[in-house]
Write a protein that binds this ligand. Structure first.
Ligand code: GLN
Length: 208
């Protein structure tokens, strides 16, 4: 099983380390692949879109001709986890700060996001979170984090801070406002691995 990390900008190596640990802890054989080109997207069963700068990642998705292939793979059922900037990109709707930077959202999840919702870099904070169905007491690290202001359709809120939604899930997609890769806690990476593994096992065979 291969997990890709979109590697055009942002916190790539931290996710790589966490995911390698998660493979070991779950006893699952597999590789972590840094995805910089469209052909690597074919090799991965799940993809992480890391934190960084959503406007930059959006621009680079087009420059490296990754957007269309990513959406195609998503359509085929690929699991995707977006953290922070990655969560913004998964959304269908963004606030004026998303619009102002010409960020083109992937629009895979029925949710609205507000960029930099908790303030600037120096207002970064850590909060222990209950992430429904995934982890209790998870150390959430928030750095210029977005909030999820509305979910609809099949999208479900999984976690909140003082009533503000900071994690959501819709089918194969998981969006987190915070950075699980910046903690030693790999529970969310392990969860993502397990889900990806089970979606491979339940994938309809092309031969029948
Ligand atoms: N504020 C950044 C953005 O809008 C996200 C910050 C992060 O990923 N840590 O893309």
């Amino acid at each position: 099983m291969n997990i890709g990390i979109l590697s055009v900008q942002g916190a790539v190596s931290e996710h790589e380390i966490s995911m390698k640990r998660a493979f070991l802890r779950r006893g699952i054989e597999g590789k972590v692949i840094k995805v910089k080109r469209a052909d690597s997207l074919r090799e991965v069963d799940g993809l992480i879109i890391p934190g960084g700068e959503s406007s930059t990642i959006s621009r680079l998705l087009d420059r490296f001709e990754l957007r269309e292939n990513l959406l195609e793979r998503a359509d085929e059922g690929m699991n995707i986890m977006g953290t922070c900037a990655g969560a913004i990109l998964l959304a269908k709707e963004g606030d004026h700060s998303v619009g102002r930077t010409d960020t083109e959202l992937l629009g895979l999840m029925d949710m609205s996001v507000v960029r930099n919702s908790f303030g600037r870099q120096r207002e970064s904070f850590e909060r222990h979170l209950e992430v429904s169905g995934i982890a209790r007491d998870f150390p959430g690290v928030f750095i210029r984090a977005p909030s999820i202001t509305r979910v609809w359709g099949d999208c479900r809120a999984l976690s909140s801070v003082e009533g503000i939604v900071v994690a959501a899930q819709e089918g194969n997609y998981l969006a987190l406002s915070f950075h699980p890769e910046l903690t030693g806690d790999t529970r969310i990476h392990e969860y993502f691995l397990d889900r990806t593994k089970s979606s491979i096992l339940h994938r309809p065979s092309k031969n029948c």
